[in-house]
Design a protein around this ligand. Structure first.
Ligand code: CMC
Length: 369
């Protein structure tokens, strides 16, 4: 047997092949750089690109948007079930349940062919923002709002969550954040999704595993924890000493560091540019200043650059969104990447089943009766 290599956390290990996304030579989805996509594409176009492996032409885009709109309406029985849920479920737990619940109402459940899986993925892209906004409104004691077929994905999402007509600047900023969150090769949640797929299990099961994996604070959950950092720091004067103390106590500062990007996360830079105008518009300049000082201190003291969750938390805060839906927003976007990986794994499957390095006892004997 060939010598087995062990790398804790699979760090540096190539665990599979993909044509969905690469981070080598800059982050790109299916060959298109994220700078290009953020500047020139919409989230719907990026979702299509990831799922269908080609950018949509105008008639394909029209049909894709119509497919999404057709799935905005939740089954009345599903709505009843959601209304019966406790009103204080942690939002990522709700998202996990929502993906699982909506599967029971999917007309192609039990059909795991590539064609049906793609259609199920498209339906999930449409249904997840509706499911999120539906429960969020209910827990606020408000009735859910009707989505509009003619509105863009980002516009619908913001209006359904806040009950207000979003401005063009907010729509563009939300769109860019969704594009940036959509895909990131073999991150933990995508890998979990691929593992589930590799056993020939269904798309909803794989996405449910993705949601559960994303929830953790070392992954998607970090964007909510970033707000705890900003509120703990409180003022620009306090920022340098707060960072020194946190690092001295070996605390992990949420929104900094990355397993792969040691020189900086290119997504963070793109999104930061959208934070500044929104901070000005909402009188949150002080928070931008605090964030800048923390960034400088973490960089000079520990050499760690910010990751995408660092600006996205502030962006959503400036939009007036509640903190506990920041990670669910990540879910709405990443479902496109997870699904693209599910379809890719399915098309060229090999069961993912690595080995472990045994560290336990050996040769013990069970006492005789
Ligand atoms: N704050 C303080 N120290 C850190 C941080 C941080 N955020 N990240 C890494 N370090 C330290 C770590 O303690 C270690 O220090 P030392 O060499 O003195 O022991 C050194 O940097 C190297 O860290 P590592 O553990 O080898 O890095 P990793 O590749 O295992 O960690 C990470 C990657 C994302 C888990 C980590 O950077 C982290 O915990 N960050 C905070 C959580 C976070 O922001 N997650 C979002 C990730 S990106 C987007 C997403 O997935 O949502």
């Amino acid at each position: 047997m060939a010598e087995m290599i062990y790398s804790p956390g699979l760090e540096g290990v190539i665990a599979g092949e993909t044509a969905v996304c690469t981070i080598s030579g800059g982050l790109s989805y299916r060959g298109y750089s994220i700078d290009d996509l953020c500047e020139n594409a919409t989230f719907e176009e990026v979702a299509y690109l990831l799922l269908e492996n080609t950018p949509p032409d105008s008639s394909q885009l029209k049909k894709f948007k119509a497919d999404l709109a057709e799935n905005y309406r939740l089954d009345p029985q599903l709505e009843e079930l959601i209304r019966k849920l406790p009103s204080d479920i942690p939002m990522m737990d709700y998202m996990r349940t929502a993906v699982s619940l909506v599967a029971h109402f999917d007309r192609e459940v039990g059909d795991d062919s590539p064609e049906a899986s793609l259609r199920k993925a498209t339906r999930l892209v449409a249904q997840l923002p509706i499911l999120l906004a539906f429960y969020h409104r209910l827990r606020q004691g408000k009735e859910p709002l009707e989505p509009r077929a003619e509105d863009s994905y980002a516009k619908n999402l913001l209006r359904l969550l806040t009950g207000k007509e979003p401005t063009a600047a907010h729509i563009k900023a939300m769109d860019v954040s969704l594009i940036l969150y959509a895909e990131h090769e073999f991150n933990a949640s995508t890998f979990a999704t691929r593992i589930v797929c590799s056993t020939l299990s269904d798309l909803h099961s794989a996405i449910t595993a993705g949601v559960g994996t994303l929830k953790g604070p070392l992954h998607g959950g970090a964007n909510e924890r970033v707000m705890e950092v900003l509120s703990e720091v409180g003022s620009s004067e306090n920022a340098p000493s707060w960072v020194s103390e946190a690092l001295a106590q070996k605390r992990r500062i949420m929104g900094f560091g990355h397993r792969v990007y040691k020189e900086g996360d290119p997504r963070a830079k793109i999104l930061k540019a959208y934070c500044v105008p929104l901070a000005n518009e909402t009188n949150n300049q002080e928070m931008e200043t605090i964030a800048d000082i923390i960034e400088q201190a973490v960089s000079s003291e520990k050499g760690l650059p910010p990751n995408l969750d660092w600006p996205s938390a502030r962006l959503y805060y400036y939009m007036g969104l509640p903190i506990d839906i920041y990670t669910p927003l990540f879910v709405l976007s990443r479902v496109t990447g997870w699904s693209a990986h599910y379809l890719e794994q399915q098309a060229n499957n090999r069961l993912i089943r690595p080995r472990s390095k045994y560290t336990g006892k050996e040769g013990l004997r069970w006492p005789a009766n």
